[in-house]
Ligand binder design. Structure first.
Ligand SMILES: [Zn+2]
Length: 415
């Protein structure tokens, strides 16, 4: 095996193609290695339409960027024939080392994608020595091709949640397959509320699935989402994620704390103490803050106590126990005279939200699926944001979500 054979193997080239020359230009920095490919005179090539072997009509020189050869940038140059097919006329042939229209070899693109899976895009671009704009183009191409191949014909249970792609801007809603432990993301789109459910339904139908086969939907308690599920997935049972119930009360506690702190000084460390669960992860300072809150009978403490009662509901072992505990909770908080101060209004609203969505909250105890799955999405969102750091377009954020957590990771490897 000589040097040319080794390079041929790496490129995936085969007859009639062969390496006819290579040169290293040392005047450029970094140095450029140029590999020239050519074919024997009189060779035939399959017509890109009917695959019938045809003679070359004419040739055009093309260049592709290939993987760096040590520290040198490497380029492939070849005179690519256009063939004349009796049936289809003059057509440009496809070359085995690059996809149609790309200025990079397949191997280069595969390495680029595997780097992007592991690090921020701008770092990956620096390592392989291309502009980030070109790298994004490669990433978007493979993601759209792979997403088109996604098969959703067996999908029966979905969860979805929204997040901001950047602070307060551009909401993105992400859908997951609840039956998949790994790489559960099946759809992500810009926007939130009812409209994204309509989009997802279309996407589902284009990928072999059907809205009538969706039997369970896990989501938060937003009106727009629930209205969308009712309209587009009316065969599904809605389960409210427990994590969103806790979040609703955590936000209420925080609102009460902010309102109350405008009227009087609250103990130090109150903020973090009331946001956390009281299950032992508190620091000494935070424990003291809670104790002082209780002693002084602050409204923030009342709000926090309501939130902490949720934990007891969650521990219910059976659907019946959950129903009973939820009733007990509502009875108990109604005796706390929350109406005595306007400061407690956020808590009253949180409780009303629970009453409104009670069947969907209790459905959690009937569910075949772990509703904690949506909670796990938060770390995915963080990872995707880090990978797409420095880019404003929400499509970059969506691309990273797909790359990290959808099945296309595998599809890309097999293209
Ligand atoms: Zn043909």
């Amino acid at each position: 095996m000589n040097g040319n054979d080794i390079i041929s193997l790496g490129l995936g080239i085969e007859a009639p193609w062969k390496i006819s020359g290579q040169s290293l230009n040392q005047e450029l920095s970094p140095h450029e290695l140029r590999i020239t490919l050519s074919t024997d005179r009189g060779a035939t090539f399959p017509c890109p339409v009917c695959k019938k072997p045809c003679k070359a009509h004419d040739f055009r020189e093309n260049t592709w960027r290939h993987l760096n050869f040590f520290q040198h940038h490497c380029y492939i140059t070849a005179a690519v024939p256009r063939i004349r097919c009796e049936e289809h006329g003059v057509k440009k042939i496809e070359v085995p080392w690059a996809r149609k229209g790309s200025k990079f070899t397949l191997l280069f693109e595969q390495v680029a994608l595997s780097l992007v899976k592991e690090m921020p895009v701008n770092s990956a671009a620096r390592i392989i020595g291309i502009t980030d704009k070109k790298l994004w183009r490669i990433v978007f191409y493979y993601i759209s091709v792979s997403m088109n191949k996604l098969d959703l014909s067996t999908l029966t249970a979905i969860g979805f949640d929204e997040t901001a792609s950047k602070r307060r801007h551009n909401y993105v809603t992400v859908f997951i397959d609840l039956d998949k432990e790994k790489q559960p993301v099946i759809f992500a789109t810009v926007g939130k509320g009812k409209e994204v459910l309509r989009q997802f339904k279309q996407f589902l139908h284009r990928h072999g699935g059907h809205a009538d086969r969706i039997v369970e939907v896990v989501c938060d308690m937003s009106k727009a989402f629930l209205a969308g599920v009712g309209e587009y997935f009316d065969k599904a049972t809605v389960t409210v994620d427990w994590f969103h119930v806790v979040q609703t009360f955590t936000e209420a506690v925080n609102k009460v704390r902010v309102l109350e702190s405008k009227q009087k000084e609250l103990p130090k460390h109150t903020r973090w103490a009331t946001l956390k669960n009281a299950d032992g992860t508190l620091t000494e300072n935070q424990k003291e803050a809670l104790a002082e809150l209780e002693r002084m009978d602050f409204f923030t403490a009342i709000a926090w106590r309501v939130k902490e009662k949720l934990r007891w509901i969650r521990k219910a072992a059976t659907p019946r126990a959950a129903t009973w505990r939820l009733s007990h909770f509502l009875l108990n908080v109604s005796s706390m005279e929350l109406h005595r101060s306007p400061l407690l209004q956020p808590v009253i609203e949180a409780i009303e939200t629970v009453i409104r969505h009670r069947p969907a909250i209790e459905a959690r105890w009937q569910s075949q699926h772990s509703t904690a799955r949506l909670e796990g999405l938060n770390s995915l969102f963080q990872a995707a944001r880090a990978r797409a750091r420095g880019y404003r377009n929400p499509m970059t954020f969506i691309a990273m979500i797909y790359l990290i957590a959808s099945p296309i990771g595998n599809i890309i490897n097999s293209t």
